[in-house]
Design a protein around this ligand. Structure first.
Ligand code: UD1
Length: 417
């Protein structure tokens, strides 16, 4: 286990370069297995979730060359093997091997995926989608055997616009016979990135990024090259830090169009920023206004930034309301912020912030990836020393976070305990 130690109250100044989007990369890597050839994925973030996916590719006899930020993946000799419980459990995105292996081999055996403990996170919509395409799903405790004689295109209606289910159904449908239509599909920009990769491989997908995605199955896919889009959640996290303690902090390599709703919310709070084509430049804002934040599916306020933005709410003058609508258990940061002096009342998926509150350093525990990011943000603005235990969660999704923050003036270290 690792822990992060922060000496707070320093100014952040300089440039932070944003990496490739975690939620795109973790789907693009399994997608490469759909091609009987070599694919190149560029701008892959250096996060521990990537390492876990490469372990799975290794098990499946897929050849991978890891060159700086590019992965060269040759899946020609891929073998369909049981993905062990230990590997399935390492991350949420292991579930993308369900759709990818089912698409390529018409059979997959693996276990329930791992990932952050932020709610029950069932995979029923993924499985219903596979079944609609003609697969049979057998479950023995947490092991799934999903098999199809033939995958046939179908009309699929998602009860909820799930990111994971939309992508998994895409993976199974691109090599099915006939037409598939996904209704009420998730519209996240990462899904457009993944559909672009699949189309470059030879798939026929239309409408990615909208709520209706149409797929015409093809017989075979070839390797292709794709760039991972910038990580809007990593960018949003550093933008929030800049609003709190920035002095001309340049968050670089961003696509501001992917963050419109977040930037608008920050403007509503009175955050001063300059938005260029690929940069957001921030300065500390002395007087932040209280606002209400409600997380919803894309293009609404992203659930993955709900925890980091909470730190901003502790500094706003007045009463701010916060509601998390996607996951049942995404308040792990709140007791930690309370420990630092934040006045917050919360129950289940609602929290009320009474700000502004001066935060002081404390010993904290990251309960999940984005709560960890919130605690780093809080530690940076607090008086004194903050210790964040279970910091491994943070490294799953923020590449080189210690170096990136140290380079702009933060006093932050990580150590093994
Ligand atoms: C993905 C992201 C995660 C982000 C989330 C929402 C990855 C690896 N993770 O997670 O960072 O917070 O989207 O933007 O990309 N649900 C069901 N049944 C299902 C699937 C989902 O009930 O079969 C529910 C979930 O419990 C949750 C909601 O739908 O309440 C949204 O889940 P989903 O969009 O699928 O999120 P993930 O793919 O898990």
């Amino acid at each position: 286990m690792k822990r992060i130690i922060i000496e707070g109250n320093k100014t952040l100044s300089g440039t932070i370069k944003i990496g490739g989007a975690k939620n795109s990369a973790v789907a693009l890597i399994p997608a490469a297995i759909l091609a009987e050839g070599t694919s190149v994925i560029k701008n892959v973030p250096n996060i521990s979730d990537k390492d876990a996916l490469l372990e799975i590719l290794n098990l499946l006899n897929v050849q991978v060359t890891d060159e700086k930020n590019a992965l060269i993946i040759n899946a020609k000799e891929a073998q369909n093997k049981l993905i062990t419980e230990n590997l399935s459990n390492k991350l949420r995105a292991s579930y993308y091997f369900m759709g990818a292996l089912l698409g390529r081999f018409k059979k997959v055996e693996m276990y329930f995926p791992g990932g952050c403990n932020i709610g029950s996170r069932p995979i029923d919509l993924h499985l219903k989608g596979f079944e609609a395409l003609g697969a049979k799903v057998k479950r023995k405790k947490s092991k799934y055997i999903i098999e199809a004689k033939e995958l046939k295109g179908a009309d699929i209606y998602l009860d909820f616009a799930s990111v994971g289910a939309t992508i998994n159904i895409l993976f199974a449908a691109v090599l099915a016979t006939g037409k598939t239509v996904i209704h009420n599909a998730a519209r996240e920009v990462e899904i457009e990135n993944i559909a672009k990769f699949l189309n470059k491989m030879g798939a026929k997908i239309k409408g990615a990024g909208t709520e209706t995605i149409k797929i015409t199955g093809v017989k075979k896919l070839n390797g292709a090259t794709i760039n991972v889009i910038p990580d809007r959640i990593e960018a949003g996290t550093y933008i929030i830090m800049g609003a709190l303690i920035g002095k001309n902090l340049i968050v670089d390599g961003v696509n501001p169009n992917h963050l419109k709703v977040v930037l608008n919310k920050l403007k509503e709070m009175g955050v001063k920023m300059k938005i260029n084509r690929h940069q957001v430049i921030l300065n500390k804002c002395d007087k932040l206004k209280a606002v209400n934040v409600r997380t919803v599916v894309y293009p609404g306020f992203p659930t993955d930034l709900g925890q980091p933005v909470s730190v901003l709410l502790t500094q706003a003058e007045g009463v701010s309301q916060f509601e998390e609508t996607i996951f049942e258990n995404r308040m792990g940061h709140v007791p930690n912020l309370q420990k630092m002096g934040a006045k917050i009342e919360y129950e289940r998926q609602h929290a009320i912030f009474y700000g502004p509150n001066k935060l002081h350093g404390a010993e904290l525990t990251a309960t999940d990836l984005r709560s960890g990011a919130a605690l780093v943000t809080a530690g940076l603005i607090a008086d004194g020393t903050t210790i964040i235990n279970d910091a491994d969660h943070i490294l799953r999704g923020y590449e080189r976070i210690i170096t990136k923050l140290s380079d702009v003036g933060a006093k932050i270290e990580i150590e093994e305990v």
